[in-house]
Write a protein that binds this ligand. Structure first.
Ligand SMILES: Cc1ncc(COP(=O)(O)O)c(C=O)c1O
Length: 395
């Protein structure tokens, strides 16, 4: 069993989460516990370290080649864990899924074409769409039974006919929702009806807790493969995001050709280090992942139990991801005051809800992939910050 309780110093290791926190939030890691960006404070599986040790012993770091073993490892993983089979030629390796989204936007739409996203959602969706000069159509989701739902009728009313792409997050970040077979089919039907390319970002597909089963789009909705682009990666699952690699998997040959052309146009090749460590986890990471999910589930239970003791705060039902999405709306506090209490009073650098788009304003997102001692400490600090009298607050 991997020791997830180990405290590892990440400060000064060129970590985005630790070494950019002060610049981004005005909070140093000494004054506020880093619980924002989605990487874990856990050492990666042993196979990753061994792979990098072997590479460094060899001492030659030239261009990467011979991708067949990587492709086979990816295919075996998806066959075994998700029941999905595809050809090696369906895989395009990109420098991270954000890059994959950008390439797909360029391959399947023109400037000023509409791209639909459902908010609140992973903040980069919005940025990438805007930076590629596509028109962003933000459809806020609604909450029922403490989870997100999509109002397709409202979306239809908001549409202009200029929409070309739907960018969909499954499982959902930040809501932690595993979409049902029925819901995935509704998404697919909508894309059929409006002739949209569906870009399915399934990066969190392996971080799903026991009571739920993630269904991949190609399994749930095989009939729409001619408009389906699937994004998957080992980076979130195994804490190797610094390797910046991911897979864009397209089974339809016409779409595949278009994507590959747009991909070639940016002139990149797979990164040696990223590819080697990704192959190692796809081949040897199953046991580590099972242990990780057990550990995270306990963190999640403890965190939710603690949050439930804060009057007016509520965690969304988390079936996937290690990112708790907490609604502080019933505290009656303003957005500014919520942020102040979490960041300054509690001393926790959690992600700000409104950065995930419409509907996120009263939420904060907490990364629970850290040693349990940090969870206990965070819960106690939050309880203190919110349950104490408001006379000690910012205003
Ligand atoms: C839904 C989603 N897509 C993509 C990414 C980033 O992927 P990458 O690091 O491969 O660009 C994240 C990171 O948190 C994410 O949550």
């Amino acid at each position: 069993m991997h020791n997830f309780d180990e405290h590892i110093n990440r400060l000064g290791t060129n970590s985005h989460k630790y070494d950019n926190q002060k610049q981004l939030y005005g909070l140093s890691p000494q004054e506020a516990l880093p619980m924002w960006t989605a990487d874990m404070d856990f050492r990666a599986p042993k196979c990753v370290v061994e792979t990098l040790n072997d590479l460094s012993t060899n001492g030659i770091f030239g261009y990467y080649g011979g991708q067949e073993s990587y492709n086979n490892a990816v295919k075996e993983w998806y066959q075994m864990r998700h029941g999905w089979s595809f050809r090696s030629s369906s895989i395009s390796v990109v420098h991270g899924l954000c890059a994959g989204i950008a390439i797909a936007l360029r391959a399947f739409s023109e400037e000023s074409d509409g791209v639909i996203i459902f908010t609140p959602v992973y903040h980069s969706f919005r940025n990438i769409v805007k930076q590629n000069k596509r028109q962003l159509i933000e459809q806020p989701m609604y909450i029922k039974n403490n989870e997100y739902h999509i109002d397709f009728e409202q979306l239809e009313l908001n549409m202009t006919g200029n929409e070309r792409i739907m960018l969909f997050c499954s499982p959902h970040n930040p809501g932690g929702k595993v979409w049902s077979y029925h819901e995935l089919n509704k998404v697919a039907k909508f894309c059929e009806k409006h002739d949209l390319i569906l870009i399915a970002d399934e990066i969190h597909n392996d971080l799903v807790y026991k009571q739920k089963k993630h269904i991949m789009f190609p399994i749930a909705t095989p009939k729409i493969k001619h408009r389906l682009v699937v994004l998957v990666s080992s980076t979130k699952t195994f804490n190797i995001a610094g390797g910046l690699m991911g897979n864009v998997i397209i089974e339809d040959l016409t779409l595949q050709k278009k994507f590959k052309q747009a991909h070639k146009a940016i002139g990149t090749m797979p990164n040696l280090f990223g590819m080697k460590i990704a192959e190692s986890v796809y081949s040897h990471g199953h046991g580590w992942l099972n242990d990780l999910l057990d550990y995270l589930e306990k963190n999640l239970l403890l965190f939710d139990e603690g949050i439930s003791k804060i009057q007016g705060a509520k965690s969304m039902k988390l079936s996937a991801t290690y990112l708790a999405w907490v609604n502080f709306s019933d505290t009656g506090l303003s957005e500014k005051e919520i942020i102040y209490r979490v960041h300054k009073t509690a001393g926790i650098a959690a992600s700000i809800g409104s950065t995930f788009g419409k509907g996120g304003e009263t939420f904060m997102r907490f990364n629970l992939a850290c040693p349990r001692a940090n969870i206990l400490s965070a819960v106690s600090k939050l309880q203190h910050a919110f349950n104490k009298s408001s006379t000690n607050s910012r205003s």
